[in-house]
Design a protein around this ligand. Structure first.
Ligand SMILES: N[C@@H](CCC[C@H](N)C(=O)O)C(=O)O
Length: 308
């Protein structure tokens, strides 16, 4: 592995969930947790909720499963949280990853093409749509099973700024989520997410916590669309301005609470914008939203690491 004197970086975001992107198409970068933390640091580094490395599936041990599932999954999204931890999946990140691949000339989604991307949660298929990209996020499930579906919850959460413990529903999107319904936008605004919510029972690998206010349904020319507003505390990061897997978990939890007849399409408003979640057949779910690349530059690695 190479320790480089300088590192080319790109800064991107999806609904203000922001990332430092690295082109490691030759698989030579030693991306250790210290380097991730330094790059993601908002004062001494570039700053981001996470770091995303473009690497060939063939160059990562985790890539073997992706290639087995879909030999077309040449590129792997190596996703790290800002604290240096590894995460299985990032819904906003995968859109920004594909935008980066297209800019690098490593992929072209023109003409309605679908691109297979390797992730630690499985292969994800991405297409271009007018607002950016749509991602088939794969099969979701409730870790609490039918009992959780029937009760509407399988955990309790307490959050600073919110009175009492609230029932919560765990949703597996390839990464873990815990969704809590609040009664009003005033409750949502009053939350203090500078500290991690307390989740009981404690999830062994941690969890992302979504606080949601269901805002009803709207009839549009395309059918009935559910509407949710959400804030999120991300595992390995803190409060972020968006979370794509979290938006899917939020819509799926609200639809589960609503029961049969709930809308299949949901507009999820987050502090950084809006994404669209669509329930597909076979317990699959699609996420659509924007992806922006806003800056390119070069990092002096020695100076970066001195700042830690
Ligand atoms: N922001 C992401 C999720 C990133 C990973 C998450 N913090 C975890 O540890 O599971 C998204 O858009 O999905």
């Amino acid at each position: 592995m190479t320790v480089r004197a300088t590192l080319a970086v790109t800064k991107g975001h999806g609904t203000q969930n922001d990332f430092v992107l690295l082109d490691d198409r030759d698989g030579v970068l030693d991306l250790d947790p210290g380097l991730v933390r330094a790059l993601a640091d908002r004062r001494a580094g570039v700053g981001g909720d996470g770091v995303i490395r473009v690497v060939r599936s063939a160059d990562l041990p985790e890539g073997a499963a992706a290639l087995e599932a879909d030999p077309a999954a040449e590129w792997f999204m190596d996703y790290r949280n800002a604290d240096g931890s590894v995460a299985q999946m990032c819904g906003n990140g995968v859109r920004v990853f594909v935008r980066f691949l297209e800019q690098l000339g490593l992929a072209d989604l023109g003409g309605g093409a679908s691109l297979a991307i390797g992730t630690r949660a499985g292969v994800r298929h991405v297409t271009r749509v007018p607002e950016g990209y749509a991602v088939d996020m794969g099969v979701w499930h409730l870790p609490g099973g039918e009992a959780a579906r029937a009760a509407g919850h399988d955990a309790f959460v307490s959050v600073a700024g919110l009175a009492g413990e609230r029932p919560a529903l765990s949703v597996d999107m390839g990464n873990p989520h815990t969704v809590v319904a609040l009664a009003s936008l005033d409750e949502l605004d009053a939350l203090d997410l500078t500290r991690a919510p307390l989740v009981m029972p404690t999830p062994p690998e941690g969890t992302n916590v979504e606080l949601v206010v269901p805002l009803g349904e709207e009839t549009t020319p395309d059918g009935v669309v559910g509407h949710v507003r959400m804030r999120v505390h991300e595992r390995g990061v803190g409060e972020t301005r968006s979370c794509g897997t979290g938006a899917c978990a939020a819509a799926l939890a609200v639809a589960t609470w609503a029961g049969p007849g709930a809308p299949r399409t949901w507009r999820v408003d987050v502090p950084g914008g809006t994404v669209t979640v669509t329930m597909l057949d076979g317990d699959r779910v699609e996420l659509a939203g924007p992806a922006e690349l806003v800056a390119h530059g070069e990092v002096d690695v020695a100076a970066l690491l001195r700042g830690l």
